[in-house]
Design a binder for this molecule. Structure first.
Ligand SMILES: [Zn+2]
Length: 234
């Protein structure tokens, strides 16, 4: 199965080697250094970028260097990039400047964008639309339910995190979203309320989705894997 959003570069190498045997990992990066590291890892999809939390710490030249890596490498995806009004609202202007440049690059090179957007859900969708980006995944979506239709109509996806077993808002999203836009992710090795997020936790997501959709786990796997194959053109 695909893990459509995981910070592979933060895992110990042996642990990652174990996951690679069983999972198709979509590895995202946080900054220039981790973008370089992601390129060296074994992964189904490599995403390079500068995370909104890292934008304020980025050195002059880091953005150009990451863009250069994206252009010169086999990376098929830009991420983790986006906008964040919940955790780092003070750097919003610089985040938007970076995000717009990444979106322009995604458009030019026909790459997928792996997006972070806490409390900037409407902003990211608007930026993606304006930039005319074709393929995007808004990860760990807990935004407005009304926006899900727009996301679908634009051809974008949302990913459901294992936090869905406890996070009420995320459960509502999982229920309300058109199933054709739903993907799964771990966002590992991030921790959420005592849960260590890593690919095996996706099994809990599948269980929960089966319950919320009143269907079988096999069907859930089939749906999310078909969606991933479409997004990643596999
Ligand atoms: Zn992440």
């Amino acid at each position: 199965m695909y893990d459509n959003h995981i910070h592979c570069h933060e895992f110990p190498r042996e642990e990652l080697e174990g996951y690679v045997k069983e999972w198709s990992l979509v590895c995202v990066s946080d900054d220039l250094q981790s973008s370089r590291k992601t390129l060296e890892l074994e992964a189904a999809v490599k995403c390079l970028g500068i995370h909104p939390w890292q934008v304020e710490k980025a050195q002059p030249g880091d953005l150009e260097a990451v863009l250069h890596l994206i252009e010169r490498s086999e990376a098929q995806c830009i991420g983790e990039v986006g906008l964040d009004k919940r955790f780092v609202p003070h750097s919003f202007d610089k985040q938007r400047e970076y995000f717009r440049i990444f979106l322009k690059t995604a458009r030019e090179l026909d790459l997928v964008v792996n997006v972070h957007a806490p409390d900037a859900w409407v902003d990211v969708v608007e930026e993606l639309r304006k930039a005319d980006v074709d393929r995007a995944l808004i990860h760990w979506y807990t935004g407005p339910l009304e926006l899900l239709e727009t996301i679908r109509d634009l051809g974008y996806y949302v990913s459901i995190n294992p936090a869905v077993v406890i996070q009420k808002k995320h459960q509502e999203v999982a229920k309300a979203a058109d199933r054709r836009i739903v993907l799964v992710e771990s966002d590992g090795p991030y921790e959420y309320r005592g849960m260590r997020l890593a690919p095996p936790a996706i099994r809990k997501t599948v269980e929960k989705l089966a319950e919320l959709w009143e269907t079988t786990q096999e069907y859930v796997v089939e749906v999310v894997e078909n969606n991933a194959a479409r997004l990643w053109r596999r």
